[in-house]
Design a protein around this ligand. Structure first.
Ligand code: NAD
Ligand code: UDP
Length: 339
């Protein structure tokens, strides 16, 4: 019995593969390397001593997915594969809707064909939109401000409808807050293509000398230091959340659809993160204050009590751990997996 991990060569997927292996699950990876490198598999082998079965291909390709399900005895699926860059989704909405939504529809259809009806899905805190008040709780209304966010809102609805239509389905829909950090080995981590959109890789690329300075998007928010506040969570904690979600699926039947936040419940401002990175790196990191970025909300952090209650999971890593591990990865791999 194996867990199919779509997008298992990506940032969160690769860390989750290690955690699943530690927890004793057999893992099968599907990835088309559209936003990752085959080198990840070598690094995973160095860390775990295992050669995980890897099927290179696209989840949009039904015949390909069918061939994976025919060869492997898949018991449940963790579905990470998708595009995730907000700005790019505004420029390429068709590509985003096709890859994220059609890809998931094809996957669900093949799962149904093989009577595999347990899935853990990667959703995002972005579905809380602009109008909710922190801390964000799962029952709050969802909305989006860009095509990427809409793919998550729509996929949550689709998964909800699928679970409602057939009680054999169990969907654990995990809403991640802001993942940062890396495996403590420094062998795997976040390796964005081009100029990073997200705060943490931008800061570490400034620190390593690849970028000149950080641009902070706005210091006129209604927060103590004027910069936005986010709930940062170590990617290893997220990975452990997936293992906990699988145990929840295996120990319960016919769960229907559950949305569950994975966050630390703590909010740190952009300036606070920067100062934590400066401590980890041991030097000042230059920055300028720019205007606000469209679509950013002032404050975002989780109520993670549902994860604690249902999954027996809570975040353990501190902000110091997160900055240390992000930096360790960046300094050892200034060019990501090309090094
Ligand atoms: P990532 O880009 O590092 O990983 C996604 C992986 O999926 C990549 O290896 C990519 O090559 C693969 N992939 C994409 N489309 C595919 C397709 N059609 N067929 C096969 N493989 C495909 O991203 P990540 O940060 O690891 O995120 C994983 C999931 O978590 C995504 O669904 C993302 O939207 C979601 N998420 C991420 C964040 C974040 O900040 N990183 C936050 C919330 C939610
Ligand atoms: N941010 C920033 N400069 C950057 C990238 C991000 O000031 O180069 C800010 C952004 O405005 C937000 C926070 O950092 O307030 C986190 O942004 P990120 O894109 O990492 O995650 P998001 O919360 O948007 O998912």
């Amino acid at each position: 019995m194996a867990i199919l991990v779509t997008g298992g060569a990506g940032y969160i997927g690769s860390h989750t593969v290690i955690e699943l292996d530690k927890a004793g699950f057999d893992v099968v990876i599907v990835d088309n390397f559209s936003n990752s490198s085959p080198e990840v598999l070598n690094r995973l082998k160095t860390i775990t001593g295992k050669d995980f079965p890897l099927y290179e291909g696209d989840i949009l390709d039904r015949d390909f997915l069918v061939s994976v399900f025919e060869k492997e005895n898949i018991d449940s699926v963790i579905h990470f594969a998708g595009f995730k860059a907000v700005g790019e989704s505004v420029e390429k909405p068709l590509e985003y809707y096709h890859n994220n939504i059609t890809g998931t529809l094809v996957l669900l259809d093949v799962m149904r064909q093989f009577n595999v009806k347990d899935i853990v899905f990667s959703s995002s805190a972005t579905v809380y939109g602009m109008n909710n008040v922190v801390p964000f709780k799962e029952e709050m209304p969802t909305s989006a401000t860009n095509p990427y966010g809409y793919t998550k809102v729509m996929l949550e609805q689709i998964l909800n409808d699928v679970a409602f239509s057939d009680s054999d389905w169990s969907v654990t829909n995990l809403r991640y807050f802001n993942p940062i950090g890396a495996h403590e080995s420094g062998l795997i981590g976040e390796a964005p293509n081009g100029i990073p959109n997200n705060l943490s890789p931008y800061i570490t690329q400034v620190a390593v000398g690849k970028l000149e300075k950080l641009h902070i998007f706005g210091n006129d928010y209604d927060t103590p230091d004027g910069t936005c506040i986010r709930d940062f969570i170590h990617v290893n904690d997220l990975a452990a959340g997936h293992s906990a979600a699988l145990n929840y699926l295996f120990n319960n039947e016919n769960l229907g659809f559950d949305a569950i936040n994975l966050g630390s419940e703590k909010g740190y401002s952009v300036l606070e993160i920067l100062s934590n990175f400066e401590k980890a790196v041991g030097k000042e990191i230059p920055y300028v204050i720019d205007g606000r970025r469209a679509g950013d909300i002032a404050v975002c952090y989780a109520d993670a009590s549902k994860a604690k209650k249902l999954l027996n999971w809570e975040a353990k890593y501190t902000i110091e751990d997160m900055c240390r591990d992000s930096w360790n990865w960046q300094k050892k791999n200034p060019n990501g997996f090309k090094d």
